[in-house]
Design a protein around this ligand. Structure first.
Ligand SMILES: Cc1cc2nc3c(=O)[nH]c(=O)nc-3n(C[C@H](O)[C@H](O)[C@H](O)COP(=O)(O)OP(=O)(O)OC[C@H]3O[C@@H](n4cnc5c(N)ncnc54)[C@H](O)[C@@H]3O)c2cc1C
Length: 505
């Protein structure tokens, strides 16, 4: 029997469902921590990273909370709360540490294939918004992770930074912007593919494309029986494993429901689709050099904050505007319209209904978005690029997000916009639900998952030492230790070929 078919029959230690950035990150961490582990990856599509992790399906923002106004809400007393922003900025630094380690080990190709520096800017208009942005800047400027953030209300300065945004704008309108030079654009698709390309060359790792995981069942001995359908042969296979990660993106909720663990009860999903306008005039593309985030409209979900983005995709500069949110009952871009109805079960019906009742402005917003005409979309683009011309932009479909709905003792059910890792008490299975801030914080999310599902191993000397090698700040706080944060940023910037920030001490 050839070696490969002998291996097929062996049950793996770990099964990763879905070939997106989350499974790639967890697979890489696990193999680095314990090279003897055998891992099998199942992906229903015949290519890697073709759902949310693909570059054209997400915004490619290395979320550091430099420009995303939804991470710095205004408190009732008018002050700006930066707690979430600090957490996200710290998580992104951790991701960069792991990526820098991979580059140093030659595991990942040239960093510029997946990460490039691009200024991150927030842009607002109107007295109230300008006042908020100024307060936000002042609050962030005190924190070492945000040192170097520039603020301006001067039209001449703004014109120099973002000419497309300023040209043709009413000069009497009050505008302001912040600018962080060390922002990044990340091609999560390219990174995911690079990680899987490396993983597939390692002993004990098998990646199976066009394999749809259909069922999960825990056996009495605690192991899991998995049923997988091979789309090429149309045959089903059963296998067993000790640990499963459901990293199926929008497909995670239905699989979590199949696993029927008590921790997964009461979760529901609310799908939000998206579209971009992609600029087809390279001369226009070349005139913009920033990711410019604005303020969300009333009732809109935080992830549909409009932004005019410079992207680097497969070596070519691109310009995108959006996302325009919408509603579709699909959980994946390549999913089925029956995804949402089939996900409604007795245990999540109430939370889903309650979340629906409490989010009527969101539902109204999504319906309005779906009904938008090309002229409406152009009008939204012109808020950020007043001289935009309709024929220079093409409408493309973005990735699908499934927001988490979960039980809430007071409200019955709440809609959440973050990510949620659901783990079984015995640590034998974990699922990742939700979408935002997502890929940028994938390393911190997976480190948290390791703590919960591999508690003994993670406390062992061997794993602790290896973790500190891969993530030098591991176990310390980049949010409170300014010197460590600066050293870490200086090292990752050098290895990843990014701008080095000014010392923050
Ligand atoms: C419009 C949009 C903009 C975004 N912008 C950003 C951004 O700027 N920055 C950022 O950090 N994040 C962003 N995100 C979020 C980010 O894209 C996601 O958090 C991340 O890609 C999720 O990765 P994943 O591996 O969990 O899922 P995915 O990349 O979706 O991968 C899941 C995989 O599982 C497979 N699968 C599903 N069901 C099964 C099954 N039954 N069997 C086998 N395989 C299965 C799917 O085919 C898919 O390939 C954005 C997302 C969207 C949609």
């Amino acid at each position: 029997m050839p070696k490969s078919s002998r291996f097929i029959q062996k049950d793996p230690d770990v099964v990763l469902i879905g070939a997106g950035i989350m499974s790639a990150t967890l697979g890489m961490l696990l193999k680095e921590l314990d090279p003897s582990l055998t891992i099998e990856v199942f992906e229903r599509l015949d290519v890697l990273a073709a759902e949310s992790s693909d570059a054209w399906n997400n915004a490619g923002t290395g979320h550091s909370a430099f420009c995303e106004l939804n991470y710095t809400p205004e408190r009732e007393d008018g002050s700006v709360d930066i707690t979430k922003a600090v957490k996200i900025a710290e998580s992104f630094e951790v991701s960069k540490e792991f990526w820098a380690y991979l580059v140093e080990q030659n595991i990942s190709p040239s960093p510029q294939t997946f990460i490039n520096e691009i200024p991150h800017m927030s842009f607002v208009w109107g007295e109230k918004n300008v006042d908020y942005l100024k307060k936000r800047h002042d609050a962030l400027d005190d924190h070492h992770l945000f040192k170097g953030m520039l603020y301006s209300e001067d039209p001449a300065q703004l014109n120099e930074w973002i000419p497309l945004v300023m040209e043709g704008r009413d000069p009497s309108e009050k505008v302001a912007a912040t600018r962080m030079e060390i922002g990044t654009d990340v091609n999560f698709g390219a990174l995911t593919r690079a990680l899987f390309d490396h993983l597939r060359k390692m002993d004990g790792v098998t990646i199976r494309l066009a394999h749809d995981v259909r069922d999960l069942e825990q056996e009495e001995d605690g192991t899991w029986k998995i049923t997988v359908k091979n789309w090429s042969t149309r045959k089903k296979r059963e296998l067993k494993t000790r640990f499963i990660f459901i990293g199926a993106g929008g497909g995670s909720l239905p699989l979590l429901e199949k696993a029927a663990i008590p921790e997964g009860k009461g979760f529901g999903g609310f799908p939000v689709s998206g579209q971009w306008l992609v600029c087809n005039n390279q001369e226009v593309v070349e005139r913009h050099e920033a990711k410019v985030y604005g303020k969300a409209s009333v009732g809109s979900p935080p992830m549909s904050v409009p932004h005019l983005d410079t992207r680097m995709i497969d070596g070519k500069k691109a310009l995108l505007f959006g996302p325009y949110a919408g509603f579709s009952t699909k959980f994946l871009k390549n999913g089925s319209f029956m995804d949402l109805p089939l996900s409604i079960k007795a245990n999540n019906l109430l939370p889903m209904m309650a979340a629906g009742i409490h989010n009527i402005p969101l539902t109204k917003y999504l319906i309005d978005q779906v009904r938008q005409s090309p002229e409406d979309r152009l009008a939204a683009l012109r808020d950020y690029f007043p001289e935009a011309k309709m024929d220079e932009w093409d409408l493309e479909t973005a990735g699908q997000r499934v927001q988490v709905i979960k039980k809430d003792p007071e409200e019955g059910g709440i809609l959440e916009f973050g990510t949620e890792v659901v783990c079984a008490a015995d640590g034998s299975i974990a699922a990742l639900l939700g979408a935002s801030p997502g890929a940028s914080t994938s390393v911190s999310i997976m480190l948290d998952l390791l703590k919960r599902c591999f508690p003994n191993q993670i406390n062992s000397e061997a794993w602790q030492n290896k973790l500190k090698k891969m993530i030098p700040s591991y176990g310390q706080s980049l949010a409170t230790n300014a010197e460590l944060a600066y050293q870490t940023r200086a090292w990752t910037s050098e290895v990843l070929g990014l701008k080095i920030s000014e010392p923050v001490l």
